[in-house]
Design a binder for this molecule. Structure first.
Ligand code: SF4
Length: 332
């Protein structure tokens, strides 16, 4: 199967008074039709910047995509003009933000905003728009869609606004939907409902989903492939089984230790990863995780590890997978 989205050697930087922040430092991955992929990592690891770069929403100054390729089907998004890109955004690729007010206009009704998106991308005529918008609001399980149609964003609860934004994102049945921390601004009950909704939409709308989150637990059950980012790099990528049952990178081990598990017999204390990520104004020469890693070897400080492939579809940027390295047990 051909990928719907191909990212090749993407590098995005921010030019600040303090110097150049290398936020994304050469990221490659593919997204296939209809699949859900999780991009996971601590804040500042480059996951949101990767999403915004794909949408071409990095504003200059201070940010700039300095190299790479972003191909949506056969279209190289980095070669498009801004007016051309505006037609793609919302139509072929859309983004759900952490804060719904980022995409919803507070001065316009929900119905107007959704209809406008459908008409703008010529999906539908003006007359048919209302019927389709009500269908969309039903699809994202908004109660009383006819009432919500005429309401403004501030009249809705946080969870309802999130659903309205999801309706907006899926309205034109884009090829790819990027959801950036879609559950962070809502409480735990609504979080579960939003994740269920995304799960349900995955089977109803044939879009691919990129779910960006700092929490590995959020991607469990929804994403069949997981990309772990650290310091602007992909440090591990694999299927959900490879990442949850057989993770290979010490950073992923740390992320998993922070996830509560209901199947654990003993009550374990959840741990955080000690230390802080490196300063991306001057990223380290070797492994970016070396200063926080309990298994760091001499080479880790000198040379950035290449990707090792313990299995098909599983890649890991860690010297522990080099056949010359001493075997270590994963710390749980
Ligand atoms: Fe730790 Fe070295 Fe692997 Fe980096 S390359 S994660 S420092 S063992």
């Amino acid at each position: 199967m051909e990928p719907v989205l191909r990212i090749k050697d993407l590098k995005t930087e921010f030019f600040t008074y303090a110097g150049t922040v290398k936020a994304v430092r050469g990221v490659d991955f593919n997204i296939y039709p209809g699949e859900a992929v999780g991009i996971v990592g601590e804040s500042g690891c480059g996951k949101t910047v990767t999403g915004l770069s794909i949408m071409r929403l990095i504003t200059y100054p201070p940010g700039k995509i300095v190299s790479g390729e972003i191909n949506l089907d056969e279209i190289d998004l980095l070669k498009l003009s801004e007016p051309e890109m505006r037609k793609i955004r919302g139509g072929k690729i859309s983004m759900i933000f952490q804060d719904p007010m980022t995409s919803l206009n507070p001065a316009l009704t929900i119905g107007y905003q959704l209809s406008e998106s459908l008409i703008l991308h010529k999906i539908i005529s003006k007359g048919e728009a209302k019927k389709r918008v009500i269908e969309l609001l039903n699809l994202v399980r908004i109660k009383s869609p006819e009432t919500v149609f005429n309401q403004y964003p501030h009249q809705l609860s946080g969870g309802m606004r999130q659903r309205a934004m999801i309706a907006l994102a899926i309205s034109c049945e884009p090829k790819v939907i990027i959801a950036d921390e879609p559950t962070t601004s809502v409480d735990v009950t609504i979080q579960a409902q939003i994740l269920n909704l995304l799960q349900d939409l995955k089977s109803r709308v044939n879009s691919s989903i990129i779910l960006i989150t700092h929490n590995l637990a959020v991607v469990a059950g929804l994403c069949s492939r997981i990309i772990v980012m650290y310091a602007g790099l992909i440090i591990e990528e694999g299927t959900d089984t490879q990442i949850f049952d057989n993770p290979k990178h010490p950073y992923t081990w740390g992320l998993l230790r922070a996830v509560p598990r209901i199947d654990e017999q003993e009550k374990e204390r959840l741990t955080t990863i000690r230390g802080l990520p490196p300063d991306l104004l001057s990223p380290p020469k070797g492994c970016p995780f070396a200063l926080r890693c309990s298994y760091a070897m001499e080479i880790c400080f000198k040379e950035r590890p290449p990707y090792f492939n313990p299995e098909e579809g599983h890649r890991v940027m860690c010297w522990l997978l080099d056949k010359r390295a001493q075997k270590v047990e994963r710390s749980k």
